[in-house]
Design a protein around this ligand. Structure first.
Ligand code: PSV
Ligand code: MN
Length: 420
């Protein structure tokens, strides 16, 4: 289907709109050159586990040509990068990213050939019979020991792939009161994480994820940002909190969590997804783009205050009814839209309004930026980045990549059941 964005007039209009935007923001003292410079530097890691056929625990709808092997996944991520220019990194999940001989240097070499590198490596502590009562928090000592050995092996894989970060999500928890000693589980948690932390190279970072429930429903061993923060603080400098948007209870104010973690120098990264209900993992920003904008607004605010944020941005999604590559491209576009808008907040006038406790105008200033149409700015950005089309989705659709993959690849399921 040819959407309006395909027409030549639309592109021409965009150029004129960009000139108007530039004029408007220059008058406000906001330099669009600087805004573009920041946007060009942003890097979003693509989840290897999102590009194949994946689904929910109820089933998987198949797309012909979806990635099956790790090599297909690198190819798909390189195609996404060709269209977006800000996604030269593929995050890896050791559960699904396998090589025939267990060696991972070839993955690094293959990725490099494709203009990509490997980002955050995610250990597996949830898929396997041994994890019935947890992994490092399990009351079963041999399971704790084999999980620690797995951690050490994950560091080897990360080294071989040239990755500098480990993304740790523990499925551990209990389902019933009385099932296990919560205090002992907390101690086991720290001991297990310490093994992982100590095995890391000095230039590696541990990103510790939290989640309030699932697959266990009475307690989760790392249920919230406070627990993750506490563990990271005890572990040391190289450990930081990973915020997966889906892992919050309804009404949680995520931007406030972001602000606090940034202020404490402990925000490590994001797993972005749509977050309508827990781990829904759908296209980011399709239901509540305001939330994404407000999160970026806190990041920009921290930067303006001189904090070194150094955040690892990742997607953690699993596309069920939409085509994966298209869902991912659209998600990154939504990230860029939110980031661009947050860079347009008139912070000088906002400070003045706040000084007068003018709550209505303060909010209006924020919303003015949110309501600004940044498409002409992003189109200009993509032109300057040398992308072959200002619309990444159109770029992908017109490339013939999907049709070629459908002809060349064998059909297969990457993940069985359970969305990411
Ligand atoms: C768990 O729900 C999670 O968010 C963790 O990041 C996992 O590693 C990922 O999804 C894939 O299952
Ligand atoms: Mn996640």
């Amino acid at each position: 289907m040819e959407y309006l964005r395909g027409s030549k007039n639309y592109e021409e209009r965009r150029k004129k709109q960009y000139a108007i935007l530039e004029d408007y923001f220059t008058e406000k003292g906001i330099d669009l050159e600087e805004v573009k410079r920041i946007l060009k530097k942003q890097v979003v890691e693509l989840p290897s586990w999102a590009v194949g056929n994946s689904g929910t625990r109820y089933g998987t709808f198949m797309d012909k040509g979806a990635a099956v092997t790790i090599w297909d996944k690198v190819d798909d991520c390189a195609e996404i990068q060709r269209c977006l220019g800000v996604t030269p990194v593929m995050a890896s999940h050791v559960l699904w990213d396998k090589t025939d001989d267990g060696r991972f240097e070839p993955v690094r070499e293959y990725a490099e050939k494709k203009g990509m590198r490997i980002g955050t490596v995610h250990p597996n502590t949830f898929s396997g019979q041994e994890f019935r009562f947890g992994s490092i928090c399990s009351p079963v000592a041999p399971v704790r020991e084999s999980t620690k050995a797995h951690f050490v092996d994950c560091i080897r894989m990360a080294r071989e792939m040239g990755s500098k970060s480990i993304g740790m999500w523990l499925a551990d928890g209990t389902s019933y009161p009385g099932q296990d000693s919560l205090a002992e589980r907390k101690h086991r948690l720290f001991e297990g994480l310490k093994t992982l932390y100590d095995a890391m190279d000095p230039d590696m970072t541990l990103l510790l994820e939290y989640k309030p429930f699932e697959p266990f429903f009475y307690t989760t061993d790392v249920p919230d940002w406070g627990t993750s923060f506490m563990m990271c603080r005890k572990l040391g400098e190289k450990a930081k909190v990973l915020v997966d948007l889906g892992h919050h209870l309804p009404c949680t104010n995520i931007e406030q969590i972001i602000c606090s973690l940034l202020d404490e120098g402990k925000l490590g990264g994001f797993h972005f997804n749509n977050r309508r209900y827990a781990d829904d993992d759908l296209i980011l920003g399709t239901v509540n783009p305001l939330e994404i904008f407000l999160i970026f607004n806190e990041i920009v605010d921290a930067n303006v205050r001189g904090l070194d944020t150094g955040i690892t941005y990742m997607l953690d999604q699993s596309h069920n009814i939409e085509n994966s590559l298209e869902g991912i491209i659209y998600s990154v576009m939504n990230i860029q839209t939110a980031y661009a808008k947050s860079l347009l907040v008139d912070r000088k006038i906002l400070a003045a309004a706040r000084a007068e406790n003018d709550v209505v105008v303060s909010n209006m200033i924020i919303m003015d930026a949110f309501n600004c149409d940044v498409e002409p700015l992003l189109a200009q950005l993509r032109l300057e980045m040398g992308l072959s089309d200002t619309d990444p989705l159109r770029n992908h659709r017109q490339s013939g990549y999907a049709q070629k993959a459908a002809q060349e690849r064998k059909a297969g399921i990457l993940t069985l059941g359970g969305g990411a």
